[in-house]
Design a protein around this ligand. Structure first.
Ligand SMILES: C[S@@+](CC[C@H](N)C(=O)[O-])C[C@H]1O[C@@H](n2cnc3c(N)ncnc32)[C@H](O)[C@@H]1O
Length: 346
């Protein structure tokens, strides 16, 4: 340890204290959630008028605006009137470099970020934070929020990730007539599958907000004749009648016990004839050699937000077997995606 003068030591301690501050991030996120920058850009500049437009307490909003002006997001003029600085401009929804939706506390990522305030929970227990902060699991929580569907749309876009090409191209879909994408979200993967395999029909089963989104997307893609989206919880019941029940990037959000429950429900829908296709993702860690802030932060963030970020094939097979399934086909996989097919054990 190097020797510091008392004033240097004090300065260092202050720097550390500032680093640990949570008010500024929380205040920026409050402004993002309330769309304050959008209203300012539209010409509402006084704190009192802004409070009316964003439905906030006038005094509370005034304090927020003054604080964020001091932090460089707004220019503040006399009588608490505000305009956007270059920094604040990035909080406009329609800025080409907008970060508003990312920071929206009612949105998918913003909500997930808020859970990390209790990263102590992850450190103590090894478990993700969300339930410890909000009292309910991430997906049930966000499903109750009407802003969620829109934010889901923004973040998932129309694409599929995590080497999903393996699922689309490397499985013998020519042997499948109908697929159910269980927890299929906004329908992106089903849409890609239906485009790639014109004989295929399918359905998404998910919670209501995701289903609304998937329905709208199927219509936009001109695939509503071959694809549908139905509301259902994989803890209760999944409709029967498909040849394949696909679960893509679903089990990572659940403990082993709940993952077994999900697969039991799916096995019940599959019956003796259908196949259950697990296309799970593994979120890789940057590893012990990594020292930079971005990758070490990412490792901690994933641990704090995803229930089981990485399961080996062996662990997935054990969970499936506990749910009464038997491995019938394996792979191909990639570094981040596995492909395991099961049938109901007799
Ligand atoms: C990580 S996303 C995966 C989405 C999609 N399968 C993919 O590969 O991108 C998990 C999905 O599970 C859905 N989900 C969560 N709880 C559910 C439940 N109880 N029943 C059905 N779907 C659920 C979520 O709404 C979300 O769409």
């Amino acid at each position: 340890m190097s020797v510091h003068s008392p004033s240097e030591a004090q300065e260092t301690a202050r720097r550390l204290y500032d680093m640990a501050g949570i008010l500024l991030p929380a205040a920026i996120r409050a402004a993002a959630t309330l769309c304050v920058a959008d209203r300012i850009a539209e010409g509402t500049t006084s704190a009192a008028d802004l409070a009316v437009r964003v439905r906030a307490d006038p005094d509370g909003l005034t304090l927020l605006l003054r604080y964020l002006a001091s932090a460089g997001l707004f220019h503040r003029s006399d009588h608490d009137r505000y305009t956007l600085t270059a920094l604040g401009d990035a909080l406009r929804s329609d800025s080409p470099v907008s970060v508003r939706a990312l920071l929206d506390s009612d949105g998918v990522l913003g909500r997930s970020d808020l859970g990390t305030v209790n990263v102590l929970h992850t450190v103590r227990t090894g478990r993700a934070c969300h339930e410890s902060v909000f009292g309910t699991d991430f997906w049930s929580d966000v499903q109750h929020d009407p802003a969620y569907a829109a934010s889901f749309d923004t973040f998932l876009g129309n694409g599929v990730g995590w080497d999903a090409g393996i699922v689309i191209d490397s499985y013998p879909w020519d042997t499948v007539g109908h697929v159910t994408d269980v927890g299929g979200g906004g329908g992106s993967l089903l849409i890609e599958l239906l485009h790639a395999h014109p004989h295929l029909r399918g359905r998404v089963v998910d919670l209501p907000n995701s289903v609304d989104l998937a329905r709208a997307r199927l219509v936009r893609a001109g695939l509503d004749g071959r694809g549908e989206a139905v509301v259902g919880s994989f803890f209760d019941r999944v409709p029967g009648g498909s040849d394949v029940y696909l679960l893509s990037a679903v089990l990572a959000d659940w403990t082993d016990e709940r993952a077994v429950r999900i697969l039991r429900t799916v096995a019940g829908a599959a019956g003796p004839k259908a196949r259950v296709l697990l296309a799970e993702v593994t979120m890789p860690r940057s590893g012990a050699d990594s020292h930079d802030t971005a990758s070490t932060a990412n490792d901690l963030y994933v641990a704090a937000t995803v229930t089981v970020p990485a399961r080996t094939d062996r662990q997935l097979i054990a969970i499936a077997e506990a749910a009464g399934l038997r491995l019938s086909r394996r792979g191909p996989g990639s570094a981040v995606r596995s492909l395991l097919e099961f049938t109901v054990a007799r």
